[in-house]
Ligand binder design. Sequence first.
Ligand code: FAD
Length: 647
Amino acid sequence: MALTIISLIKQVPLPGEMRMGEDGLMDRTKAKSIINIDCQFGLEAGLQLKKQNPDSRLIVCSMGPKSFEVALRTAISMGYDEAYLLSDRKLGGSDTYATGLAIATMLKHLGFTKDSKEPYIILAGRQTSDGDTAHVPSQVAENIGIPQATFVESVKDDGNGNVIAKRIIEGGYQILKLPFPCVISLTPTGIPPRKPSLRGAIKARSLVITTFGIEDIGLGTEKIGISGSPTIVAKVVNIVSERPTITMSEGQNEASLVDSLIANIKKGGNVLEKKEHEAPKKIERPDFPEKDFRNASRGIITWAEITNGAISRPSLELLTPARKLAGQLGDDTKIITLMIGKNVRLLAQTLIEHGSDEVILVENDKLEEYLVLPFSSIFAQVIRKKKPEIALFAATTSGRELAPRIGMKTDSGVTADCTGLEIGEYVNRKEKTIYKPVLESRRPTYGESKLATILGFVCPQISTARAGTFEVPERVVGREGIVSSFEPVLNDKDFVVEIVKTARGGGGLQNLFDADIIISGGRGTTNDNLGLIKALAEALKSQGVKAEWACSRPVVDEGGAEYARQVGQTGKTIRPKVYVAVGISGAIQHLAGMKEAEKIIAINHNPKAHIFNNADFGIVGEYADIIPELIERVKEGFTFGINGKEF
Ligand code: FAD
């Protein structure tokens, strides 16, 4: 039976031209538009699958205003056959839950259900540049009731009715075998998207795009648009960051420039002191009655992700905001942590000593490695039993697909990639009511230039927290808590995805979170394929320093490094003691991943490079001259002050 390949795309404002309207929502009228970059990779992946299945039918779908037809026609000119647009004013302001629901309803209306007789695959971009949540692919998969793989680097048909997907995980990758039908979301690291062809462009001009309104697909208004969405954007403020002025190296040649750098670092002084967000305007609090919307829901649940038999560091970091929120909520608010795995009981005490009050264990041989289908089903069962008011996940690749899948099951909204979590209140002037207490989830948005506060009024209020943002709470040895077991209902259909291989650690897959010093190469260092960057990291390692190398996004996009090494908004957020940015311009999306480093050193041949506005120490020079000189100094014992060594 012929395969149907469905690509979901979104038209987005050209990054850099994004503007926010008065209402806190994206104003699409002022910016040039493109197909979201990740979706372009999804489109290309579909065309590659067609090569393997010449009889297959290629469909492209989108949801948005009529102007999104431009993106659909571009997809047709790249080689797609049919285009569908879900366009209805009532969808305006939908959050990711409502968007996932609406798109899934359109697909089901087109005949793509979990029981479809004909095989199909839904491809999507990992995330969009205007929303940046990565939720919608998971929500579509959950709503249709089919398996998924997100953060996928490559996808192919194995010829036996399965899809083989290479999925990025923390510190490595996994090869998954999924049956049709399934949803796959693509990172930008696959085969570059092709340009539209002339023949395609002629076809696109005359093609009729089928446009649906919500009534056409049988979708009501209860769960869509601003009023039907479980989350709202309550507030948006500018992000103001404070780092002391940079100290630049002075010298006539690379040796004197490096001497000057070492002397400047020795003097010290330049470290990140504090960061502030623009103070919101003070508005008088009206005298409205307060409403507690939580009903019987109480307490906080977190997920302990297990990697290589240990609790992942981002899962331990979660306990810092969890403890703070519990303190703000008062009334003996408890923190429960759910740990799923094989023989994980021994790890429970670690969670308790870091701040959990109760650890719920689900142990089963079949659950040794994380899989989104059984894990989301188990999590939803625990939520139904324990009724937490808040659920927190680390925003790792697994956390970012698990949380929205659970959110769909529990009808809760999810806030992605938070850097701040507080308990607050929401003044609803229309209803003349103050909702309290409510979780205020704060996340950087609009290319990291603004901080949005998102609220949800359905329990559990779900958020994912950006890894590396919170410190791991101090361990209190001997702290007491409850360890209990939970017997979930396990369904065979949740085990249809097979893990063919899991690779973590070693070589190119090192986890960057543990390194004290990171040498990071940008597009300016690709001449020698980051050879000097790697050599400097190696030299530091030889001195006993926990050093690693990383890179900016263009290096990954051009195939120069694995995605696991990418630092930035769509890569990793790290806070090493020292971050050395070499040949990196300092785009806001890169800064998002490293600006919390204790000390930032920038090396760039352009004295006006933006990175110098965000670093503590800088050298203007050719990296090919400066780095060999630095390597020599490291061999002589210079370690940027790491390991307590003198310079
Ligand atoms: P460039 O901007 O090209 O800068 C190269 C620098 O190298 C220049 O400053 C140049 O002066 C310097 N240079 C060149 N040659 C030399 C030399 N011989 N010696 C010394 N210096 C030299 N980017 C990320 O890094 N991470 C992300 O997670 C990320 N996510 C993104 C998400 C979205 C939605 C979008 C739209 C973009 C994202 N980007 C991300 C891309 C980001 O906007 C920038 O394009 C990117 O960070 C630029 O990388 P770069 O600094 O290496 O390259």
